[in-house]
Design a protein around this ligand. Structure first.
Ligand SMILES: [Zn+2]
Length: 294
């Protein structure tokens, strides 16, 4: 049964020939690294987006749940940190490297997201296949508080950016936030227009987060190591400047490809990348979305 499932998953992923060869070998071990941020707050790295793990008196809250097939690995790793069960999953946004592990947790676990993220998640095959298991049970529009005292967690939505449901999750007593992929450190952002993202609005949404969230020292990005909270304000400014620059290139009559070839992150943004991968059309695609006013 298990072997059939693995083969099925690999066929589904489009790598049947690799799978056929791989059946003679053990599957690659799934490895998660643990970073301890506070006595009761950890970040799990590997297998998709950063997972935050907060251990509370009555159970564990996690933020995001990694790639398909990594949910049990997350559960097993948490067992090394605490005997308490996971009672709540908060998903920062709809992407498969942040939500797919949800389906491997017990059906009793509370799942909380922004209302738009629930709509986006309901369209995903992994949740259809799982009969709806792992889908959000609770949603919010602008702000929601769960837990209290030392375990208070505030969820905020400030507008479109990476998607139309990007949630900032704040562990208030610990002064740490998980921002998901709307904050990608010192990289150009991926804007998923199919899930409501907006390259024109991401800077404003980030600025509102920077202005509206108080008493946070550290931010966990969707991927990459943690940053000081002030990096969110800088990232808002970076995105605003990139949009203004690209709009000037359009005015000057350059194609998105020509502008992409000339782009350099402004020098005042120290350590920022001037390149993007190939996802969603890469840098030229990003600039085209600015040209298109998405
Ligand atoms: Zn994402």
């Amino acid at each position: 049964m298990k072997r059939l499932f693995v083969l099925g998953a690999l066929v589904a992923a489009g790598s049947l020939s690799v799978a056929a060869a791989g059946l003679q070998q053990p599957a690659a071990a799934k490895v998660l690294e643990v970073e301890k941020l506070k006595d009761n707050l950890f970040v799990l790295r590997g297998g998709g987006g950063n997972v935050a793990v907060m251990v509370g008196a009555s159970g564990v809250t996690i933020v995001d749940a990694k790639n398909p097939g990594w949910g049990q690995t997350v559960i097993d790793k948490i067992k090394e940190l605490t005997p308490k069960p996971v009672v709540r999953i908060i998903n920062t946004h709809t992407h498969g490297d942040h939500v797919s592990g949800n389906v491997e947790f017990p059906a009793t676990v509370d799942v909380v997201t922004h209302e738009n993220t629930k709509v986006n998640m309901e369209k995903m095959d992994i949740f259809k296949t799982a009969g709806g298991r792992g889908l959000p049970k609770r949603t919010f529009t602008d702000k929601l508080t769960v837990g209290n005292g030392a375990e208070q967690i505030d969820l905020y939505y400030f507008g479109r950016g990476h998607t139309n449901g990007d949630t900032f999750v704040v562990f208030t007593a610990l002064r740490v936030a998980h921002a998901g992929d709307i904050f990608s450190g010192k990289n150009l952002p991926l804007i998923d227009t199919a899930n409501g993202g907006s390259v024109l609005q991401i800077a404003d949404s980030l600025q509102k987060a920077s202005d509206g969230i108080k008493n946070v020292d550290t931010v966990i990005p969707g991927h990459n190591p943690v940053f000081p909270w002030a990096a969110v304000a800088e990232y808002a400014s970076f995105n605003r400047d990139v949009v203004a620059w690209a709009q000037a290139q359009k005015q000057a009559g350059k194609t998105a490809e020509q502008a992409a070839a000339e782009f350099k992150a402004p020098a005042k943004y120290v350590g920022y990348s001037s390149t993007m991968g190939t996802l969603m059309g890469g840098l030229a695609g990003h600039i085209q979305r600015i040209y298109d006013g998405v």
